[in-house]
Design a protein around this ligand. Sequence first.
Ligand SMILES: NC(=O)c1ccc[n+]([C@@H]2O[C@H](COP(=O)([O-])OP(=O)(O)OC[C@H]3O[C@@H](n4cnc5c(N)ncnc54)[C@H](OP(=O)(O)O)[C@@H]3O)[C@@H](O)[C@H]2O)c1
Length: 282
Amino acid sequence: MARILIIGCGRLGRPLGNLLINQGHEVVGIRRSAPPDSPSRINWLSMDITKTEAFRLLPTDFQQIIIILTPASRSPQGYSEIYQKGLKNLLGHFHQNQHNLACIFVSATSVYAQQEGQWVNENSETQPHSYNGKSLLDAENQVMKFSQRALVIRFSGIYGAERTRLIQKLEKPVEIQQKPSVYTNRIHQDDCVRVLQHFAVKQLAGEKLYPLYLATDYDPAAKFEMMNWLAAEAGLIAPIPLVAADDAPRNKRCCNKRLVESGYRFKYRSYKDGYRAMLDIK
Ligand SMILES: NC(=O)c1ccc[n+]([C@@H]2O[C@H](COP(=O)([O-])OP(=O)(O)OC[C@H]3O[C@@H](n4cnc5c(N)ncnc54)[C@H](OP(=O)(O)O)[C@@H]3O)[C@@H](O)[C@H]2O)c1
């Protein structure tokens, strides 16, 4: 049994914590707000990792830390507050007491700047232009320097459960570039939780892992095709096709080969499976 700390225990962290508890581990979860469910099997600690004084309350006797943070705002300040300042406080706290700690950091595919529809994998160049991509890449590097046992997981666009943004978009007429195709890379929230459990268990067992995994489903899709399919499935308004210049940005296609080779089996292999399950529940 391990003592595991989840820093940023929200929509992914809570179900992950419960899965790990079911496997016999002890889980402490950090968030700023009060615990969402009481009684809970997760031991909650309310603290703000951007405030250094808060760390006085945080023990260091964990075998694994799992970092799943989101910024308070989608702005350069919001990102730097959490991924630079907050993360530095957190890693500094553990660095003083424990070296080589098992550590998982959740990142995003926004670290890639590729825009020509090409495939990207863990070896592809990361030269983000966006503030969020730059901030996340810097955070990944901080975590990699912190521990030789660090593992970074880059999720693509998460959907599922209450994440219904794309469905809501189709309640009104919306224009989407059809030509040239712009790709969208997706992963269902349940798969994110299961991917994190998959790697948490392997890391604790001392299995040999790569330091970096891309986590995305099998089906990077043309966004217009996907939204058109979703509108038909959900009985909403079909998107209006737009034709752009031949050299218009097309995003990238994310490859999950390394993840699948690690033994992970998807619950939802494609957005079609995941959205069908969501629409059946509604
Ligand atoms: N959304 C996407 O499509 C997408 C794509 C790729 C990757 N990702 C990544 O996937 C993860 C998504 O996680 P999620 O869905 O579980 O997010 P979430 O539900 O927003 O959970 C984040 C947790 O972090 C806590 N938190 C935020 N700031 C904090 C602070 N300063 N100190 C302590 N706790 C703090 C929040 O609680 P309080 O607010 O109470 O503090 C919350 O419990 C993120 O790491 C995100 O970057 C997302």
